[in-house]
Design a protein around this ligand. Structure first.
Ligand SMILES: NC(=O)c1ccc[n+]([C@@H]2O[C@H](COP(=O)([O-])OP(=O)(O)OC[C@H]3O[C@@H](n4cnc5c(N)ncnc54)[C@H](OP(=O)(O)O)[C@@H]3O)[C@@H](O)[C@H]2O)c1
Length: 339
């Protein structure tokens, strides 16, 4: 059994769910995949840090913060310090998305400089600086995996990389933001926007501040990440025009419903014949025959438009935390599991 040493930045919902999954599967990881994960450093923004030369198991880590104020014993330390001192094989980046992605980009570059691989569920580096971090990985001879940045653990990047050799992605479109999807469904059922957002928050689908979702910023980051990785683009989310649903009226939603239609926030990218890239996040109205119509609540859909395989439709039903935790689990197996 091989020890894989992990530096974990961010210990929120996703990191905890991943620790739980890894803990539940520890016997299978060892017996079937020959791996034991040991966490040698953990960083948070306000809840302390942990450095352990010997490393702790994910189960031990969860037990450490199961009571009281959920804090680690040592003071908060800058991510770069933790990475440099962690002697880890891999950085798992699970800090929040921020405009510009600066902190997470710096974390990835520090990890590569320290000879580590990286698994990130934070879409910032892929949306804002994909070429920069990919080139940093290449220069260091290290590897970068990021399946969790777009459709939780549902294979998108792995699908294209591993299953579509020789095919080009010409464009894509899809519904990729659970918060707006949930809010639009609630409004279709008759709530106004404020009540629909409150319902989404209560159900755990919206942050305390849902602005990035309502204004299309989260969706724009997904468009940039997909276009950068799958279509060779070099854009940032700032270059993705977007519709906000912040001022959407109940009447507008009711009118669509009266016509037998639903509103959806659609992400898209397409190259025209000259090679120019058109990207966007737009509020669209769809009927029952459209692939978006049945994609409700936290489900999502992505249609990849390819040259050799036509359209490929990927649907994730009810993507929640366990699916994002699986993205980290799967990326680590891709990096360190048996070939
Ligand atoms: N939730 C989902 O279903 C989902 C799905 C796909 C992708 N993602 C992505 O996964 C990432 C994590 O999401 P989450 O829901 O777990 O977020 P979360 O619950 O808000 O947790 C974020 C964690 O990051 C820590 N943190 C913040 N800034 C940091 C920094 N500069 N250095 C070290 N730690 C820092 C926070 O510390 P404190 O606790 O001290 O504040 C917290 O532990 C995000 O990028 C998100 O977009 C989430």
């Amino acid at each position: 059994v091989r020890d894989v040493r992990v530096c974990l930045l961010g210990f929120g919902h996703v990191a905890r769910a991943w620790c739980q999954l890894t803990s539940d599967r520890s016997a299978e990881l060892a017996d079937r995949h020959g791996l034991e994960l040991r966490i040698t450093a953990v960083g948070t923004a306000r809840h302390g840090s942990l450095v352990s030369a010997a490393g702790v198991t994910p189960a031990e880590l969860l037990a450490m913060v199961s009571g009281g104020d959920h804090s680690f014993p040592e003071p908060v330390r800058p991510g770069a310090d933790l990475i440099a001192g962690s002697e880890a094989d891999v950085l798992v980046e699970a800090t929040p998305l921020e405009a510009g992605g600066h902190a997470a980009i710096a974390h990835l570059e520090a990890a590569f400089a320290s000879g580590m691989d990286v698994v990130t569920v934070n879409k910032g580096p892929i949306a804002w600086a994909y070429r920069q971090v990919r080139d940093a990985a290449d220069r260091a001879g290290r590897r970068l995996r990021f399946e969790g940045v777009t459709m939780d653990g549902c294979p998108v990047y792995n699908l294209v990389e591993r299953c579509l050799p020789g095919a080009a992605v010409l464009g894509f479109h899809g519904v990729l933001n659970a918060t707006t999807n949930y809010v639009l469904d609630e409004m279709t059922d008759g709530l106004d926007l404020t009540a629909a957002v409150a319902a989404a928050q209560q159900a755990g689908f919206a942050e305390a501040d849902p602005g990035d979702d309502l204004d299309g910023s989260d969706a724009a980051a997904k468009v940039a990440a997909l276009a950068n990785v799958l279509m060779g683009a070099d854009i940032t989310p700032d270059q993705v025009p977007r519709d906000s649903i912040r001022h959407l009226s109940r009447d507008r939603v009711a009118a669509a419903r009266k016509d037998g239609k639903r509103l959806r926030v659609a992400c898209s990218a397409r190259r025209d014949p000259t090679g120019a890239l058109a990207v966007g996040v737009a509020l669209v109205e769809v009927g029952p025959d459209h692939p978006y119509y049945a994609v409700t609540a936290s489900s999502s859909v992505l249609v990849l438009q390819t040259d050799l395989m036509g359209d490929i439709e990927i649907v994730e039903r009810d993507g929640l935390l366990p699916q994002t935790a699986y993205a980290i689990y799967a990326d680590l197996l891709t990096l360190y599991g048996p070939r």
